[in-house]
Design a protein around this ligand. Structure first.
Ligand SMILES: [Mg+2]
Length: 106
């Protein structure tokens, strides 16, 4: 499934309260929460020197992706287009030898 198609699917499964001003608050806060869940699992892998449970991590990455997709929907951003533009930017940086530098506009 490509990102644009995925984004259409997340919109169909998005059920959240509209009692917060601006529809973007809920997915923005949800994204932060799911990133936290993912990082907490990674923390425990490191702390306990455990073998990563790939299915568990995949589930959390999917949760992160869902909220990222919905956040993009709330701002009218096509996730597939954002992904394409991001890769083009990074390939350009690599070709120009500035991929390891810093600054948004390299
Ligand atoms: Mg989760």
């Amino acid at each position: 499934m490509d990102f644009t198609e995925y984004q259409k699917n997340t919109k169909e499964t998005a059920i959240y309260p509209n009692n917060m001003e601006g529809g973007f608050y809920y997915p923005a806060l949800g994204l932060a929460g799911e990133v936290g869940e993912l990082l907490n699992k990674i923390k425990k892998i490191a702390r306990d020197k455990k073998t990563p449970d790939i299915e568990d991590l995949k589930g959390e990455i999917g949760d992160v992706l869902w909220y990222l997709s919905q956040l993009s929907n709330e701002f009218g951003i096509d996730l597939g287009q954002a992904a394409d533009e991001n890769i083009k930017k990074l390939k350009s940086r690599k070709e120009r030898g500035v991929i390891s530098g810093s600054g948004d506009n390299r």
